[in-house]
Design a protein around this ligand. Sequence first.
Ligand SMILES: *Cc1c(COP(=O)(O)O)cnc(C)c1O
Length: 217
Amino acid sequence: MSLQAITARIAAAEAAAGRKAGSVQLIAVSKVQPDARVREVLAAGHRLFGENYVQEAAAKWPGFRAEFGPVAVHMIGPLQTNKAKLAVELFDAIHTVDRASLAEKLAKLAQGRGASPEVFVQVNTGLEPQKAGVLPDDVDAFVASCRAMDLPLAGLMCIPPEGEESTPHFKMLAGMAARNGLVGLSMGMSGDFEAAIAEGATHVRVGSAIFGARNYG
Ligand SMILES: *Cc1c(COP(=O)(O)O)cnc(C)c1O
């Protein structure tokens, strides 16, 4: 697969769903990928990436931004509160806001800086004990509390359980976003981004289908 092939599949999925061309943003998930592969995608003109680890992103993106100019980088991995300060300086959006302590920390940093990355609330749609995310029953209250803190709330994010059909989770997330007046839907990965687009995804997070398999060695 390549960036071009994925971009073409996204365009086809938009059309099949009767959605406007360009209504879905492709987040190229570059975590753990060798710099050479990331550089190829940058050289092809792509300017939106996703990272899971603050430390890794801090080592990688200042250099790439100096070399290629402005690049949007979104945080899509779990964020420890003690890394929030570095995160708001690095990232244009944080997709994994899932608890009051983190929301409060981000709000405080936003007040101090007069700016904040966009925020997505991560929802644990599969009720998985080991997975991060606000539980579905708690989403409305959590969204309201983020709004009360003046966080720039872009939408909701989910990672469906492995080995389950993704579509019911995407539908659930879309329903929760709609009833909360939220437009952004961060959902869909290499294996299911077309299904996510059919259910209204605005941001798909695609890693291995663009860059190849990750080698965690
Ligand atoms: C790694 C990761 C992705 C990308 O996964 P692929 O299957 O390689 O496309 C997307 N979203 C999150 C939250 C991830 O951690």
